[in-house]
Unconditional design. Structure first.
Length: 370
């Protein structure tokens, strides 16, 4: 039932080229980049991700402590896999992403490059700063590509993206059922497919999927699985989620930039579009770069209760300091709820690992024994 979405993810380069035959294609890194502005310019926004753990071309231009996510997508760029891009946009969600932008600009040489500066706190001053960053980004797109991004086109882009968010949240809320209608790996395939194709087409696919699920056509997850909340670093590796779910659990919810954090709230449709986008992207469920941490902790507590979570898995890509630094505070807050917590360090793409399987199986067995 989710085969269409998985096929898009697995064949994304061919899919993107087909989707963008008559459009400019803009790659983006970090979910703080507002795809609505790119969409309103009549362009196709696509998420830049990696594909391999063999990264010799990236290793030649990166420091040894760069995380494997950055290594992997820089490798793809230097190999020419993203040569179809007309532009590349990043947000400085962490220092490694900021430096990777410089590497991309100098060694991949996509025609248009831009980086958004992100505040690390939320206030009237930082909201004003970020709204100005979006205005500068819009102006640079218009000037470089000789297009006009009107207020009407921005409002239309917000409308179609809000429709996506509404459908994805509806899908996510179905996972409150016990057992859920789809696995965590299937849900992630659905989430990720949408960042490579036209938004209107994606919405139609989501509507079809929700109709099938509502009609009871899903092959439900087996009873007795430990219900897990998955949080932490960037995660688009279905293999890692399958490893979790083959070890006795089922991922029923997440707080990931590739998952619910990407779509849980809506952009206001009553405010000026750039103001609405600035407020949405800066004030939604935050990543750990935003302080103080209380907003994120409150959101995680709500997710634990809403989805009747039995345990929380915090996965961190090696050298991902921004997520690693947030782990102790989150761990304490989750354990204060009486919920078991497991921290795993991994590479961006996980190879079959007996050690990881053993730790996951032991965690699920521990929960069953409580």
């Amino acid at each position: 039932m989710t085969d269409k979405f998985r096929n898009i993810l697995e064949n994304r380069y061919d899919v993107i080229k087909e989707e963008g035959k008559e459009k400019k294609i803009i790659g983006w890194v970090c979910s703080y980049v507002p795809q609505e502005i790119i969409y309103a310019a009549g362009m196709l926004p696509v998420r830049v991700v990696g594909a391999s753990m063999a990264t010799p071309k990236a290793d030649a231009v990166l420091h040894s402590n760069a995380c494997s996510f950055i290594r992997s997508y820089i490798e793809e760029g230097r190999k020419g896999c993203y040569d179809f891009l007309d532009g590349f946009v990043a947000a400085d969600g962490c220092m490694q992403t900021r430096r990777a932008y410089d590497i991309w600009a100098n060694y991949v040489r996509t025609p248009f490059v831009h980086i958004l500066n992100l505040p690390n706190s939320i206030s009237e001053v930082t909201l004003g700063f970020f709204k100005n960053e979006l205005s500068v980004f819009k102006d640079r797109l218009e000037h470089f590509f000789n297009v006009n991004i009107s207020e009407e086109s921005l409002n239309q882009a917000i409308d179609v993206h809000n429709r996506t968010r509404s459908l994805l949240k509806k899908l996510s809320l179905l996972r409150m059922a016990d057992p859920p209608p789809i696995s965590g790996a299937e849900a992630m395939a659905v989430f990720m497919a949408g960042v490579f194709i036209n938004r209107a087409r994606y919405n139609r696919l989501l509507e079809e999927l929700l109709e099938q699920l509502s009609a009871g056509h899903a092959k439900q997850v087996k009873d007795g699985k430990v219900r897990l909340l998955l949080i932490g670093s960037e995660l688009d590796d279905l293999g890692f989620i399958r490893l979790v779910e083959d070890s006795g659990g089922v991922v029923v919810a997440d707080d990931l930039c590739t998952g619910t954090r990407y779509f849980w709230e809506q952009v206001s449709e009553t405010k000026a579009p750039l103001d609405a986008l600035g407020e949405y992207y800066l004030t939604r469920s935050p990543c750990p770069r935003v302080s103080p941490a209380e907003g994120r902790l409150r959101h995680l507590r709500e997710m634990v209760k809403m989805f009747k979570v039995d345990g929380v898995i915090f996965q961190k890509i090696k050298w991902c300091h921004i997520h690693g630094g947030s782990c102790p505070v989150i761990k304490q807050d989750i354990e204060d709820l009486g919920i078991p917590f497991l921290m795993l360090e991994r590479e961006y793409i996980v190879s079959p690992s007996g050690q990881l399987s053993t730790r996951l199986e032991a965690f699920c067995e521990l929960i069953r024994g409580i």
